[in-house]
Write a new protein. Structure first.
Length: 440
């Protein structure tokens, strides 16, 4: 069996141990015991019912041709139990931390039923009372006529019609005692000796624990391994208890930088205009981050912006002529409280703005210029001119007319030669002035 133990160690080292650390193992076979009655050998105690013939340490009984325990008696009401303290042979197996625990043993299935489990000698009589739930903890049971069960310390059980194979089987109980709100989870698998495939019977079902209880419901109280045989040909060998302590979470890595996908906004845009998205540099690749405004250097214009998730928006309309630069300070915080702050400058972009007078200027055409007897004034209908005047350079009105449409012909034969200003008054009290030259 030593070869099997080494194989299991290698498998767990490359499997479960990838995610765990601080593994301890307790291993027990019966090879160091002399052949004969089990009672009294190496702290083992047995309890018999319906027979005086003890459970036997039998040579070459195990599947690996080594010593194993064997109950040889059969008949109605005949059964036997055995237990041994979890002393120095099983160190560090007290379920006190949040690690994962594995219980392995080889068992030979028989007709009426065999049990193996861990329990609590609550009354200190040196044995596990087979009828007291206060002492029986977690128990595996299998029988040809009864299927497979996991008896829980709270008095309930999980039942499966799946039968382990006849003959010797390797059983694995995986226990996470502090999961499931303190009730624990367990997974049960078996493998026929000599086989290569594990068959799962129960997967992540409640373990029925109570880590605050003072009896066998609390796994930290378990202080014995025990078994129970009903009828003949039952056997157990190669008990292993593994404790794989949970890896403490690595220290949280603080964010180290914040980036903004865009840092510009055009002037005169409405509030709630999207500017850019924040991203965070963080060595913890699975971290999530929340963004908020921070108080500190570069926070002058925080109030003029808003954040939705990881997006930066404007909260007002900006005017380039007021200022072209806006200053904000941003904090990125991960789910573990680690934070990083950074100041950003948001650039307000100038937009070419055309005044009403410029628009009106572009909507007027005056020709010819110079002119001798008349000038033609073409106006865009959107200007809606109300009055046209011609002024001399010294401000004297030379002519005044009311517009008659989009095209107005003005007679200038009565105006002396010289330079003049033609003034068009338009909607909104806007005035457009153009210089003309009259030359007869």
């Amino acid at each position: 069996m030593k070869k099997i133990a080494i194989t299991l160690l290698v498998l767990l080292s490359f499997g479960a141990l990838n995610a765990q650390t601080d593994t301890t193992i307790a291993y027990y076979d019966f090879n160091s015991l002399t052949v004969g009655n089990l009672f009294g050998k190496d702290s083992w105690k047995t309890t018999l019912a319906g027979t005086s013939i003890d459970i036997q340490v039998q040579a070459a009984y195990s599947h690996d041709n080594s010593n194993a325990i064997h109950f040889t008696q059969n008949g109605g009401g005949i059964n036997a139990s055995g237990n041994r303290p979890l002393d120095t042979i099983f160190p560090n197996f007290n379920y006190a931390d949040s690690g994962i625990y594995y219980i392995y043993f080889d068992i030979k299935r028989e007709y009426w039923g065999s049990e193996f489990g861990l329990g609590y000698d609550q009354n200190n009589d040196g044995k596990i009372n087979s009828s007291a739930n206060s002492e029986k903890g977690l128990r595996f049971y299998s029988a040809q006529n009864g299927g497979t069960k996991m008896y829980l310390p709270n008095g309930t059980n999980h039942v499966s019609a799946t039968l382990i194979n006849s003959g010797w089987n390797r059983i694995e109980i995986k226990l996470e005692p502090h999961a499931n709100a303190g009730h624990g989870y367990l997974t049960l698998r078996y493998q026929a000796i000599g086989g290569t495939t594990w068959t799962t019977i129960f997967n992540n079902v409640s373990a029925g624990l109570d880590t605050a209880a003072t009896n066998a419901k609390n796994p930290s109280n378990w202080d014995n391994i025990f078994f129970h045989f009903t009828g003949s040909n039952s056997g157990i060998d190669n008990i292993e208890l593994w404790r794989i302590a949970a890896i403490p979470p690595p220290p949280n890595q603080l964010p180290t930088d914040i980036a903004l996908s865009a840092d510009t906004i055009r002037e005169n845009m409405a509030s709630h205009t999207l500017i850019g998205a924040f991203t965070t540099t963080d060595l913890d690749s699975n971290d999530t981050h929340q963004y908020s405004f921070a108080v500190g250097a570069g926070d002058d214009n925080n109030s003029e912006f808003m954040i939705g998730g990881d997006i930066l928006y404007s909260s007002i309309s900006f005017n380039y002529e007021d200022t072209a630069l806006k200053y904000i300070r941003i904090k990125s915080q991960d789910q573990n409280g680690g934070a990083f702050e950074k100041a950003f400058v948001i650039n307000v972009l100038d937009v070419v703005e055309v005044s009403i007078s410029e628009i009106l200027e572009q909507a007027i055409s005056i020709y010819p210029n110079p002119a001798s007897d008349k000038i033609i004034l073409e106006l865009n209908s959107e200007i809606a001119p109300s009055l046209i005047r011609i002024y001399s350079i010294n401000g004297v009105i030379a002519k005044e007319i009311k517009p008659k449409g989009d095209i107005n012909e003005i007679d200038i034969r009565d105006i002396p030669d010289g330079y003049y200003i033609i003034s068009i008054e338009s909607k909104g009290n806007n005035t457009i002035n153009r210089r003309i030259h009259i030359l007869h």
